[in-house]
Design a protein around this ligand. Sequence first.
Ligand code: URA
Length: 239
Amino acid sequence: MANMRLDKLLVNTGIGSRKEVKQYIKQGIVMINNNMASDPGMHVDPEKDSIYIDGNKVEYRDFYYIMLNKPKDVISATWDSTDTTVIDLLPPKYGHVDLFPAGRLDKDTEGLILLTNDGKLSHSLLSPKKKVGKTYFAIIDGCVTQRDIDIFKNGIKLEDDFITLPAQLEIIKAGDKSEVYVTIYEGKFHQIKRMFKYIDKKVAYLKRISIGPLVLDQDLELGEFRELTAQEIEALNNI
Ligand code: URA
């Protein structure tokens, strides 16, 4: 990682504004490699130098990865004038990071959203070329059959002439209301709802449970989030 100005690094880690950070340095509570820092413009290497503020180690990260269990009525955007966004559900400590959702869920869809500031990773998760499977649990009005499985497997031509990649449909329970898992490899607008419409069925409930190797943590209640583990980040980077 490149050297950077001490004040910039401290601002980027969310410790405070540039003015507050300068104040901390003036107060003599910022230590670099056991020496008191006195110059906000000094250059530090976040990977090599040990940086402490008031006895607490400063961990510098370029990238953040957060999984969120999105509730219904929350929108997958970074800002909105009326609706609550997925970003609004995070505490102020992430306020200094330009997080965005890697892929969208409809307003009435629940489940796994990855929030990150890593554009490269987000791009590869969403790129149809990478064929990253996204799996959803769905409740369907109507009886889902083996014929539907076959139709999904062959790809479906949607109303806008877009032909989906082969998708997997797994029936958990078939009946007047069926329960299924669906895995798709793109993320077209309302894709799953439109695929079921094609077979004359309606999605009554939809929840995303995984994106490639990343599985929604079952301990997360709706609206809760946690940072990804090092293993989860590595698995996503290996896609
Ligand atoms: N497909 C849909 O129809 N909606 C979603 O939110 C995600 C996939």
